[in-house]
Design a protein around this ligand. Structure first.
Ligand code: ZN
Length: 211
């Protein structure tokens, strides 16, 4: 087992429970990872099919750069492990988090034709790394969903390359991905983006009803 794995696993469990309590990881959905070692890559990854509100640190899996389990006899890492690995590689992320909230699911479809969601003028944008003013315009790209994880990882890679300033992306009718240099920053980014997506969604709803 990696040095510090238990501490990393405990951090991921605390994050999972916190997100689950807010309705962002219901029905065993979503997944979480954090880098344990860069070279060769080892990632602490949430298991597939486990209730994130009941997740235990000993259920976290250590996987390599090909999403194969390392040093543990059983368990199945999340189906979306390849996406996490791609984000870690392309963005140099220390942690990657993926949520299935109602608002991120709705907006990933509402804005699909635009290819992304433009978020501008909100104070909460300053919670994103490197952003110092509410005047920042964040482009949250939307990637078409697929069950073929190798293909989806390629689409994600192309999107990350095209939108180098993005702090996250949406998978259409599926969910939100964000990341950070470490778990604390990744958690902050998810909280900020979920807040902003819900704000945009509720604003659309209120305006539609006001007409
Ligand atoms: Zn998902």
């Amino acid at each position: 087992m990696l040095d510090g794995f238990e501490e990393i696993a405990a951090g991921l469990v605390a994050t999972a429970k916190s997100f689950h309590a807010r309705g962002w990881l219901l029905g065993t959905s979503g997944n979480l990872s954090a880098v344990g070692q860069r070279e060769p890559l080892l990632l602490a990854m949430s298991p597939s099919g486990v209730d994130k509100g009941e997740l235990r640190a000993d259920q976290l899996l250590s996987i390599d750069q090909n999403a194969r389990i390392v040093g543990q006899p059983g368990g199945k890492p999340s189906d979306e492990s390849l996406l996490h690995i791609r984000i870690v590689r392309d963005r140099g992320a220390g942690a990657v988090l993926h949520t299935h909230s109602i608002w991120n699911t709705i907006l990933s479809d509402v804005y699909a034709r635009d290819g992304g969601v433009r978020i501008e003028g909100y104070e909460m944008l300053k919670g994103l790394q490197g952003v110092s003013t509410h005047e920042h315009a964040e482009w949250l790209p939307i990637v078409e969903n697929s069950q073929d994880m190798a293909t989806l990882a390629e689409s994600v890679g192309e999107t990350l390359n095209k939108h180098k300033a993005a702090h996250g992306f949406l998978l259409r009718r599926h969910g939100l991905y964000s990341w950070g240099e470490n778990l604390a920053q990744a958690k902050r980014h998810i909280e900020i983006l979920e807040f902003l997506l819900e704000t945009i969604g509720r604003t659309l709803h209120i305006r539609a009803n006001a007409i």
